[in-house]
Design a protein around this ligand. Structure first.
Ligand code: 5AD
Ligand code: SF4
Length: 466
């Protein structure tokens, strides 16, 4: 496999070189507009797409109207993200009519589904390139073929390949996202991810550590280790390694001051991991632990492999070892067959755990998943009503959790100007809470102490004290 992987990378390097030569003779460098939908994994894939484009001589633009190349890196987890992509693709038709040299590409999870790729092929004739998650590395060749032949499609599944050595054009300092594994084996019955991202495959510890050292040398102070279920890292490598062992090694890298990770499936949280988290100061005291729902009946139908009781035991264990841990979760409202009684169980788990924040979604039917065939019992109106009630309820809890920070001093890693008020800087606490405060731009990338003076539902406000 390693050999095959290298051959593919070499082949793509040749296309990168060919594209570069073409682009170098142009008066101005061509501009690429890359838009990302969905999760942090997709954001990292886009960083690799941009890395390859950069190597091919592209510059980047923020307005689609200025672009010579548009790429939508799509998400398939819920229908609304797909509808947005179709809407945007429709709008591009006029742009392409005005600028025939424009190349339009769609990639990512959405087009890894055969029926969507077919739909684009037939109904969106102005789209030049379609490539699935497994074909990301073949972008240089596809781009070349699209320019030569008009259209290029690659959505074949080829599970198991991990390509190393692709240039990554990262977000600004100080946070670097690093994938440690790809795919998922869990087959939660509502979820499309295992079908579009394939089975779990871990990068070797060596490759991950090499990348962590590289980003540390570039000045990144924080790394976020990514995987659909980081807790099963290494199981497929058959060499006795584990996520806890990887974390320990990542923390040893000089220059890296904070380590976060996402996402943890509750069924795979080990005591070893909780110990390592508690003992290691570099590991941020933040845990995203998706519960999805509070009813055992629904958890079983979701194929989540834990009960409410088991989940609550984990939360207890985690809090015993790390009393200040910031806990967040994902919730799905309106899974097929969910009754109002089941929903009340979700409300009661929110009351019991008191998460700092939740990410909540109304169930979205995904073609090809087992849940898509299950009977529904609540009406869309009832689901929306429950959803709104839950969000309001959680807002009160989130604000209460933040109130506890008032007057406290927090170490904040400064990320840049605040999105809502450029007069302010924005950064995160060790627990991942957003803090806005006044300070000089030169502090970006530094860890500063901030005294919290005001508290909102989603963020904290403070003053630098050193
Ligand atoms: N409908 C709604 N939410 C979903 N998620 C995954 N699949 C679906 C779906 N079909 C949510 C889960 C998961 C998060 C990333 O997205 O809560 O944890
Ligand atoms: Fe989807 Fe479940 Fe895998 Fe998460 S663990 S990606 S929800 S199948």
């Amino acid at each position: 496999m390693a050999e095959l992987t290298n051959i593919e990378i070499e082949k793509q390097r040749e296309y990168i070189q060919k594209m570069r030569l073409v682009n170098e003779v142009r008066k101005t460098a061509p501009k690429a507009f890359v838009e990302t939908y969905g999760c942090a994994q997709n954001e990292n894939d886009s960083e690799r797409i941009c890395g390859m484009l950069f190597d091919m001589g592209y510059e980047f633009c923020d307005d689609v109207k200025d672009a010579d190349l548009v790429i939508y890196n799509t998400c398939a987890v819920r229908e609304n993200a797909e509808l947005r992509v179709f809407g945007n693709l429709g709008a591009l038709k006029h742009l392409k009519a005005k600028k025939s040299s424009l190349i339009i590409g769609v990639c990512g999870c959405m087009v890894q589904q055969g029926h969507i790729a077919e739909q684009i092929k037939k109904k969106y004739k102005h789209v030049d390139m379609v490539f699935g998650t497994h074909a990301l590395v073949r972008l240089p060749q596809l781009l070349w073929e699209a320019m030569e032949n008009g259209r290029a499609f690659d959505i074949h599944s080829s599970d198991g390949e991990i390509f190393e050595g692709i240039t990554t054009k990262r977000e600004k300092l100080p946070l670097a996202k690093i994938p440690i594994m790809y795919g998922c084996n869990n087959f939660c019955t509502y979820c499309i991810v295992p079908y579009v991202r394939g089975r779990e495959r871990s990068r070797t510890m060596e490759s991950v550590l090499k990348e962590v050292r590289e980003v540390a040398e570039l000045g990144y102070k924080e790394v976020m280790l990514l995987g659909q279920n980081v807790n099963s890292y290494g199981k497929d490598l058959d060499c006795g390694t584990s996520f806890a062992k990887l974390l320990t090694e990542v923390c040893k890298v000089d220059g890296i001051e904070r380590v976060r990770f996402m996402t943890s499936h509750p069924k795979d949280i080990s005591d070893e991991l909780i110990e390592v988290m508690a003992e290691n100061d570099k590991i941020c005291k933040q845990l995203h632990l998706p519960v999805q729902c509070g009813s055992d009946r629904i958890l079983k139908k979701m194929n989540r492999s834990y009960t409410r009781e088991k989940y609550l035991d984990i939360v207890k264990k985690v809090r015993e070892k790390m009393p200040d841990i910031v806990l967040t979760t994902d919730i799905i409202v309106g899974f097929p067959g969910e009754t109002n009684e089941d929903f009340e169980e979700t409300m009661s788990i929110l009351r019991e755990v008191e998460y700092d924040m939740i990410f909540s979604f109304i169930y979205s039917k995904r073609k090809g998943t087992p849940a898509a065939e299950m009977e529904d019992c609540l009406s869309p109106e009832e689901k929306h009503k429950n959803f709104e009630r839950m969000v309001e309820f959680q807002n009160v809890i989130s604000k209460k959790k933040n109130d506890a920070y008032l007057g406290k001093c927090e170490k904040v890693l400064v990320e840049g100007p605040s999105k809502n008020n450029p007069e302010f800087l924005s950064g995160r606490t060790d627990g991942g809470k957003i803090v806005n405060f006044q300070g000089k731009d030169t502090l970006v990338g530094e860890i500063v102490t901030v005294k919290i003076t005001e508290v909102k539902t989603w963020s904290l406000i403070g003053e630098i004290i050193d």
